[in-house]
Design a protein around this ligand. Structure first.
Ligand code: ZN
Length: 355
């Protein structure tokens, strides 16, 4: 007998919404079509709900892999929000066997630091080697408050290194030493700018957000990286959204701090709710947390799609009256009486969360 049948929902297959039931067998999706009549061990009625491919979070910090002060237990910070695959954007600790022990599917960006305005490649090869092919790129804190940098030169060194070693680069820059346009100009197709709407130094460029739009055209990935509203300025976010400079990917940057100490039930669903309340279309929201991040992380063939033959990674959401009321660090308040809620998460054909 088939294992899980999710009926009557509005399905998001990674590219579009369609009305379809979803059937799994073992750990695979075996049917995505309307009116499936087969019997299954577990039948879920998703009337009025969205049945999505499992979500992909481009920027998280997993306990044991990222820095000890902010790493958080991988599954508990992701499954309750529909996230079934994620990228650790601070890899340095732990090893491949720890990564492989997580039920949450994963890849890693290893950190490279700076000293005297120069990239510091100490132990980078070691880090990449220990994570094997799960190390897909480099994470840099190109930020004057966090690193010893003064201009664009050390970032160019990193990009050059990444180019030689077939890696992507993710840049955190909540206080940039250079204008947004110059920063984005150094990034290649496939590189990622996280916290793109941070509100710190050199965020809003002279051209408004035209440089963001231009970078998106070159397929540089613009990531919202909400970070529990610490690295997101709601006024900047709204200004960008108003002119259509939407992110390619929405990520949580979830840590011990953003998860617990900033209030609310922080996770991917809150980020989705914020994006929707500021005018991002539902199709764009779901694309930015399924197929686009899957492609950005080199996992297009495995993650982000609800289709026959794929792993049964599925998340079901409704849009409730729970609402949210948040204030960012600049004092901008944002609220809504509606928000997304994850009601069911399936990973490899197994129910791993149910609300
Ligand atoms: Zn982070």
């Amino acid at each position: 007998m088939a294992k899980i049948l999710i009926k009557n929902g509005r399905a998001w297959d990674g590219k579009r919404f369609l009305s379809a039931d979803v059937l799994t067998d073992g750990n695979r999706i075996i049917k995505v079509e309307s009116d499936i009549t087969e019997k299954a061990e577990f039948v879920y009625d998703a009337s009025g709900k969205i049945v999505s491919a499992g979500l992909v979070d481009t920027h998280v910090h997993m306990r044991g892999i990222s820095n000890k002060t902010f790493g958080i237990q991988a599954e508990m910070s992701c499954f309750p929000f529909g996230v079934t695959a994620a990228c650790d954007a601070g890899g340095g600790h732990g090893d491949r066997s720890l990564l492989d022990s997580f039920m949450l599917k994963n890849v890693v960006l290893v950190t490279v630091g700076f000293r005297d305005n120069k990239a510091c490649f100490d132990s980078i090869e070691e880090k990449i080697e220990k994570f094997g092919e799960k190390a897909i790129g480099i994470k840099v804190y190109f930020d004057t408050q966090l690193s010893d940098i003064q201009n664009i030169a050390p970032l160019c060194e990193i990009v050059e290194f990444a180019e030689k070693n077939d890696l992507i680069v993710m840049v955190h820059s909540s206080n940039s030493p250079v204008a947004m346009k110059e920063l984005l100009g150094t990034l290649r197709k496939g590189d990622i700018l996280t916290h793109a709407y941070h509100g710190g130094d050199n965020n809003i460029s002279e051209d408004g957000f035209e440089c963001i739009k231009a970078a998106k055209e070159r397929e540089v990935i613009i990531d919202a990286g909400f970070a529990g509203h610490v690295h997101t300025d709601f006024k900047v976010l709204k200004g960008a959204f108003d002119i259509g400079a939407f992110p390619d990917t929405i990520s949580t940057d979830i840590t011990r701090f953003s998860a617990y100490t900033r209030g609310g039930r922080y996770g991917m669903t809150m980020c989705m709710s914020i994006a929707r309340s500021l005018g991002m279309r539902e199709e764009e929201i779901f694309k930015s947390i399924t197929s686009t991040p899957a492609r950005a992380l080199g996992k297009d063939g495995e993650w982000g799609y609800l289709k026959v033959g794929r792993n049964a990674d599925i998340a079901v959401f409704d849009y409730t009256d729970e609402g949210f009321d948040l204030t960012d660090k600049a004092g901008n308040r944002i609220y809504s009486d509606k928000s997304y809620r994850c009601v069911l998460t399936v990973s490899d054909g197994q129910v791993v969360y149910r609300d």
